[in-house]
Design a binder for this molecule. Structure first.
Ligand code: ADP
Ligand code: MG
Length: 399
């Protein structure tokens, strides 16, 4: 789960981390009111969308010369016109894809006199199974580009979970950022608090880009992105409340209501599978047969008719789906029950694309009989390889 920059900054501030003062705004008037509470003379108006690269982004509805989604404003009047420009319009950045994202919230913050920009992030490093901190002197830039062009400018510091975050870890970050004296001490303090926030809030990632050194020698978080371990959100109802569903894929939101693990992908074969491992194998074998999956979908162990129907509807609401492959192992759920669910769901949604079903497990013969006697054009498959070949052939034929 992701949240907006202004929300993430508030959470970090609760842990004692320095941020510039700022106010979220949903309307132009709120943006102006926010700016009036700031000292000035420099204000920054920032589009709040769940994507980075806003500063260099462009608005679809405004001309190519218009400024991006992070704007320095020198007066309250400028704040007003920038807010008017941004709200309701579509911001396209390197991270949003061509369709862009509609801006419905702004953040109006204090303009900061920047001496230098740095990069600092924390994430769960799967390779070591530990929390890692990644720092670079190349702040404000796209970190993927830095990693590609100048990997030596990126330092990774792995935190020992038994010892927790130590001053030595913080000092390593300060050294990598070439900070000394008071700034190094501030860096140790900030990274320690960041680790507390990371663990305390069950984060998956906190990225600060840029972290800045101000002209008066302070470290401040100028931009941050925060994402959380969704499985831990039951422990943090206050964080869960920050969820902005308008920023999420509508199909993924719908799937989460039925407790379906659904991720949209960009191929054209919809997959409905039980178990994440089987779902991965199904996607692999589709690719092996020269096609691409339109989604990852795990209906889970106890898939009933209601879940199967919801899953069909979600798969079919994706206009790029040209065929569906159902691959279900009937273990706890028997194949005949699953077959009943598939037939009922296919009838209910008025299935319009080819459907290949591979069932295996308890009562598989009964299940296959139900499918073949359903009167629906369901193609039955005997094994995973056969299923993949059949759906790829059906989709090609239909094209
Ligand atoms: P994004 O990464 O989405 O483009 P940022 O918040 O990182 O958005 O803003 C881009 C750049 O704008 C920053 O690298 C920084 O140079 C400048 N900037 C952002 N916030 C402020 C601020 N409060 N004061 C001064 N400059 C800022
Ligand atoms: Mg940034």
């Amino acid at each position: 789960m992701n949240i907006h920059e202004y929300q993430a900054k508030e959470l970090l501030a609760n842990y004692g981390i320095g941020i510039p003062t700022g106010y979220p705004a949903m309307t132009v008037d709120e943006a102006v009111k926010g700016a009036e509470q700031l000292p000035g003379p420099l204000y920054v108006v920032k589009a709040q969308i769940h994507a980075g690269g806003r500063g260099k982004g462009t608005f679809k509805e405004l001309g190519a010369d218009a400024k991006g989604g992070v704007r320095l404003a020198k007066s309250i009047d400028d704040v007003r016109s920038d807010a008017t420009d941004m709200l309701g319009n579509t911001l396209v950045t390197v991270q949003t894809g061509d369709e862009g994202k509609e801006v419905n919230r702004l953040y109006v913050t204090d303009g900061v006199d920047i001496e230098k920009e740095y990069y600092l992030s924390m994430l769960v490093d799967r390779a070591t199974g530990r929390i890692a901190m990644v720092v670079s002197t190349e702040g404000g830039m796209d970190i993927e580009t830095v990693a590609h062009d100048t990997p030596e400018k990126i330092t990774t510091i792995t935190v020992d979970p038994a010892a927790g975050f130590t001053d030595a870890d913080g000092q390593k970050a300060a050294d990598a950022l070439k900070l000394s004296g008071d700034l190094a001490a501030s860096c140790v303090d900030l990274t320690k608090k960041l680790y507390e926030a990371f663990v305390g809030l069950d984060c998956a990632m906190i990225e600060i880009n840029p972290l800045v050194e101000t002209k008066d020698g302070k470290l401040l978080v100028l931009d941050t992105k925060m994402s959380f371990d969704s499985n831990a959100m039951f422990r943090h109802p206050d964080v869960e409340a920050l969820r902005d569903e308008s920023e999420e894929d509508p199909m993924e939101v719908e799937a989460s209501k039925y407790d379906l693990a659904y991720i949209k992908l960009d191929g054209d074969i919809g997959c409905m599978v039980n178990g994440a491992g089987l779902a991965m194998a199904t996607m692999d074998i589709i690719k092996l047969n020269g096609a691409f999956p339109a989604n990852f979908l795990d209906v889970g162990g106890g898939a009933d008719k209601e879940k199967v129907t919801a899953a069909f509807k979600i798969i079919l609401s994706d206009p790029s789906v040209k065929g569906i492959l159902v691959n279900i192992f009937g273990g706890i759920m028997k194949c005949d029950i699953i077959a009943d669910g598939i037939v009922a769901a296919a009838k209910e949604v008025n299935l319009s694309v080819p459907l290949v079903v591979r069932l295996e497990g308890t009562n598989v013969e009964k299940g296959k009989d139900i499918l073949s006697n359903s009167g629906l054009p369901i193609v039955s498959a005997d094994n995973l390889g056969d299923a993949a070949k059949k759906i790829v052939a059906e989709v090609k034929q239909a094209a």
